[in-house]
Design a protein around this ligand. Structure first.
Ligand SMILES: Nc1ncnc2c1ncn2[C@@H]1O[C@H](COP(=O)(O)OP(=O)(O)OP(=O)(O)O)[C@@H](O)[C@H]1O
Ligand SMILES: [Mg+2]
Ligand SMILES: [Zn+2]
Length: 374
């Protein structure tokens, strides 16, 4: 799978330029924060960055390595660092993980006892967090730092968050917590204010493009650059989705722009099609299917608004571009944009994620229906 094969392994590999700079600066600084909160949409590199970070601070061959310390504390096997010959190859000016030493490899293979990944979606209760706190009191076994990566941190219960507060504020000096979440609003202020926050946001099209370019060069695939741009547009602002789409197109051997466009068009243009043809049932079914399969409604609305915006400019001669012209009148486009903007603003307060969009669709349908019957 491309998305696993090309998971970033060094800070330099991170194709999200802003995040890359922040991580570099943190690693450069004299004192490391002991708690991080990584916020961002799915597939933007939170887990990858957390692992790179864990490797970096524990690597035996970069600026963080301190072999004499390690040898002293490594009572289990004091010979092991000598055996690997790490002494000669240490690069004190590098902050990057070498990805070759035993610490880096163990972290990559999830076999390091010092780097613990906890999925808060299934370990959200107070007992889980208490165990983790207890665990954090042990000294590292073969690394400098014990790193606790808590994924889906927003799933942690209130009680458990409260239990975590004190440890998060003052963890043992050899402990680093990295919380990752797609859902910033659900992280209590008391927690986030104790963390160094790195905002991943959504992946930018230009960054996704450069990741796709890199993959196609390494895989020696001849692919139209325009198609790479299109994939970036269709990837839900997620590096993972983009890598998956590219792989799918490679498997299907659809590597020209036209072929790719036809192939991808099937995905979201179906909803636009349903809206243009006032097919209420088809549109609602589409949204239902989309939500069930874990689609992000916020991104979907952003995508629809971008399409409508382009359609509006095309329709009024402001923009001239190839591509399909939506079969809607200007006033219909504007009405739909208003309804979708309202839906977008209501996303935060809606108990059901897809509801605001569904309401917008139904209202657009009745708007058209009323117009027709006038
Ligand atoms: N910054 C990036 N540069 C290049 N590729 C990336 C980047 N971020 C993510 N990817 C690609 O996306 C895949 C998923 O990344 P990762 O698991 O780190 O995302 P995540 O933010 O943790 O997602 P989720 O919220 O779904 O857990 C990676 O395996 C990699 O292929
Ligand atoms: Mg993740
Ligand atoms: Zn290393």
């Amino acid at each position: 799978m491309f998305y696993l094969k090309y998971r970033p392994k060094t800070v330099q590999d991170i194709d999200n330029s802003r995040v890359r700079d922040v991580v570099f600066n943190v690693l450069k600084s004299e004192s490391l924060p002991h708690a991080f909160l990584l916020i961002g949409q799915k597939g933007t590199g939170k887990t990858s960055t957390a692992r790179i970070f864990a490797k970096s601070v524990n690597c035996l061959k970069n600026k963080f390595s301190n072999l004499s310390d390690l040898e002293k504390t490594d009572t289990v096997n004091p010979e092991r660092h000598k055996k690997t010959g790490s002494v000669e190859k240490v690069n004190k000016s590098s902050m990057e993980p070498c990805n070759l030493c035993e610490n880096c490899l163990a972290i990559d293979h999830s076999s390091s006892g010092d780097v613990v990944e906890l999925d808060a979606a299934s370990n959200r209760g107070i007992e889980n967090i208490r165990n983790l706190i207890r665990d954090s009191n042990f000294l590292p076994m073969s690394n400098r730092y014990r790193v606790f990566i808590i994924d889906e941190a927003h799933m942690i219960t209130n009680d458990a968050f409260n239990a975590l507060l004190k440890t998060l504020e003052e963890p043992p000096s050899s402990v680093i917590f990295i919380l990752a979440t797609t859902n910033q609003e659900k992280i209590p202020e008391t927690i986030s204010s104790r963390c160094f926050i790195i905002n991943f946001g959504r992946a930018k099209r230009i960054d996704i493009f450069s990741m796709l370019k890199k993959i196609s060069l390494r895989e020696k695939i001849q692919v139209d650059e325009k198609l790479l741009n299109l994939i970036a547009r269709y990837s839900d602002s997620s590096f993972r989705d983009a890598a998956k789409i590219l792989e799918e197109l490679v498997t299907q051997n659809k590597l020209t722009y036209e072929q790719g466009r036809q192939f991808l068009g099937v995905i979201r243009d179906d909803l636009l099609e349903g809206l243009v043809h006032h097919d209420l049932k088809a549109s609602l079914e589409w949204v239902e299917e989309f939500s069930k399969s874990g689609g992000n409604v916020k991104n979907l609305i952003e995508f629809l608004l971008e399409e409508l915006h382009t359609a509006l400019l095309l329709k009024n001669g402001v923009k001239i571009e190839e591509g399909s012209d939506l079969n809607l009148k200007t006033e219909q486009i504007v009405k739909l944009m208003k309804l979708l903007t309202e839906a977008y603003n209501n996303l935060k307060i809606s108990p059901i994620e897809s509801l605001p969009l569904e309401i917008a669709i139904v209202e657009f349908y009745s708007y058209n229906f009323k117009k027709q019957s006038l």
